[in-house]
Design a protein around this ligand. Structure first.
Ligand code: C2O
Length: 587
């Protein structure tokens, strides 16, 4: 059914030949599974066999007008949001990315586990050097034991504001969903919009050491909706009464966690970060940058138009934030386009009560295909403080941050510095002097993390990583700090899904261990660490490579709220990282 959707969603720019190849690929993607199923009707191969899918991404400029202004965006294949990638679990995915813009580019396949294929992960200066103007790089990876909604985005500077799109992993051919089959599936990409070049916004903030301009609007599938002046319009979802819809929601925004609701329609959450959840109903959802979520709803309301709405959840009292609301329109078949849509009711901007309750409802759904294997023991226990800090201004300069310094962010008081070559290359080829593996396992000087902050707010700087033996069970407590301000930080780990086994406000205490959920905790790749609180997560380090972990608020990422894990090779051949592809970009 969705083989055709691919044809619409990922049109090839380029030559007739590539179009032909592309159509063949679609034909292959439809015919091959049938052949595979015929040739291995009972064997285990049939269960695991995927096909190879090819995509071509051209990073180009693209003109868009909205909010009374026309702008030149950087996007993929002239689309914004970029093309949706549809694959099945088990498929091999090959995406040739060519950079036609003046900025360096790299693309991250957010949430894809990249088992042994770290070279295809994408964060610039972590797993690869960026793709320079006029150059290409072909990402090649296989989807192993994952199914659901993910996404892809640029992973360098702030380009992901416009270089992003959905990556949908459908179940293995013939495999059902563990929930009622929807009549239609719709990607919903939430984002932010600046009436300015986003790269300039970022560069200016980083140059002054102060805060960047806040966004001018939020967008749903590229459109702000009618609540803004001079809006380019709204995304419209046409629905038929009685039918069921699956929204595959992605927060592609840079700096805002979002509430999201559909007027008069209850949402059933069935999947987060490409892992199935015990279904639960909610009038609205909370989704942080980096997170993805699938929700089902039934078109069971009287004919008419209903708003789909999103606005931020903001946890820093007094801090400036974009307090506008983006809307899309749910339009029942036969209703007049001029009827006024029913407004959605969203939680208040600072509704931490709703946010906490919503997150606590998320539970893994154990199924025979996806058992919930929470590590029951811990080999390596880490405690990382995360939060804001200050870095000194350059000599003889004045900066716009606190005490004339620059705003910064840190993990265990180390503000991360990206190297000028890729960490994975440095690790694989044993290059010296690029990084150290001495990030402290816990704060060197403990303090009352969420109480009165210490007087010295200046962080150390460095490219300091943690070394983890292959197969170790890691427990990591992420503790927010009150330095400058407490804030909800969406922390993303590359290369793994982790289990969120515990969560609380205030300072983590060892006795909190006893309340951990080791049965059905949520499984995620991005988790919101509550403002002034903590999260405990566990994962098995069964994927060798260098794996970035960072705040998915792009501002904090730019300020250094990140680190990386080096997971060593195991002893057996399938436990070792593969050699790099020959076209890996050079720095
Ligand atoms: Cu979605 Cu390292 O990012």
């Amino acid at each position: 059914m969705w083989g055709c959707a691919v044809a619409v969603a990922v049109p090839f720019r380029g030559s007739i030949r590539s179009r032909l190849l592309y159509n063949m690929q679609i034909a292959v993607s439809v015919i091959l599974p049938v052949l595979v199923l015929l040739s291995f009707p009972l064997g285990s191969h049939a269960k695991h066999a995927g096909i190879t899918r090819h995509f071509e991404f051209n990073v180009t400029y693209h003109n868009v007008s909205t909010l009374c202004k026309s702008q030149k965006l950087v996007s993929v294949n002239g689309q914004f949001p970029g093309p949706t990638i549809h694959v099945n679990e088990g498929d091999q995915v090959i995406i040739k990315v060519t950079n036609f813009v003046k900025y360096n580019v790299s693309i991250h396949w957010h949430g894809i586990r990249q088992i042994r294929s770290g070279w295809a992960d994408g964060p610039a200066y972590v797993t690869q050097c960026p793709i320079q103007q006029g150059q290409s790089y072909t990402y090649n990876f296989t989807i192993v034991s994952q199914s659901g909604t993910l996404w892809w985005h640029a992973h360098i500077t702030w380009l992901r504001a416009t270089v992003n799109g959905a990556l949908i992993i459908h179940p293995k051919r013939g495999a059902p969903y563990p929930f009622q089959k929807p009549d239609k599936e719709v990607p919903i990409v939430l984002g932010e919009w600046w009436n300015a070049n986003v790269e300039d916004v970022a560069a200016q903030a980083l140059a002054t050491g102060g805060l960047p301009n806040i966004s001018d609007a939020f967008i749903i599938n590229g459109k702000p909706g009618p609540l803004y002046k001079c809006s380019s319009g709204a995304f419209v979802l046409d629905v038929i009464p009685g039918k069921k819809y699956l929204l595959r929601i992605i927060n592609a925004g840079l700096n805002n966690e979002m509430f999201f609701a559909v007027a008069n329609h209850t949402l059933l959450v069935v999947e987060t970060d490409a892992t199935y959840t015990k279904p639960f109903q909610s009038s609205a959802i909370l989704i942080t940058p980096g997170q993805t979520m699938s929700v089902l709803f039934e078109a069971n309301q009287p004919q008419g138009q209903y708003f789909i709405a999103t606005r931020p959840y903001s946890t820093v009292p007094g801090a400036p934030f974009d307090n506008t609301t983006a809307t899309a329109i749910l339009k029942y078949k036969g209703s007049s386009a001029s009827s006024t849509p029913v407004m959605a009711s969203l939680p208040d901007f600072n509704d931490t009560g709703f946010a906490t309750k919503f997150d606590n409802n998320v539970r893994s759904l154990p199924t025979p295909q996806y058992p919930v294997n929470v590590p029951q023991t811990v080999d390596r226990s880490l405690f990382f403080t995360i939060g804001l800090a200050v870095k000194p201004c350059a000599p003889n300069k004045t900066c716009a941050g606190p005490n004339g310094g620059r705003l910064a962010a840190a993990v265990n008081n180390v503000s991360f510095v990206l190297p000028s070559v890729a960490l994975l290359q440095a690790h694989f080829f044993n290059m010296k002097g690029v990084f150290t593996t001495d990030l402290p396992d816990r704060p060197v000087i403990p303090f009352n993390f969420t109480g009165q902050p210490p007087r010295n707010l200046v962080a150390k700087v460095g490219t300091r990583l943690s070394l983890i033996p292959y197969g170790a069970n890691v427990q990591l407590v992420l503790q927010d700090t009150s330095l400058l301000a407490t804030e909800n930080h969406p922390i993303h780990l590359h290369g793994f899904n982790f289990f969120v086994v515990g969560k609380g406000f205030g300072n983590f205490k060892p006795s909190d261990n006893s309340s951990f959920n080791l049965v059905d905790p949520p499984q995620r790749n991005t988790v919101g660490v509550p403002a002034g609180g903590w999260i405990a997560l566990r994962f098995k380090a069964d994927n060798p490579g260098v794996w970035f972990m960072h705040c998915h608020l792009e501002l904090h990422n730019s300020w250094g709220l990140e680190t990386a894990f080096i997971v060593q090779n195991g002893k057996r051949p399938l436990e070792k990282i593969l050699p790099p592809p020959s076209d890996l970009p050079k720095c």
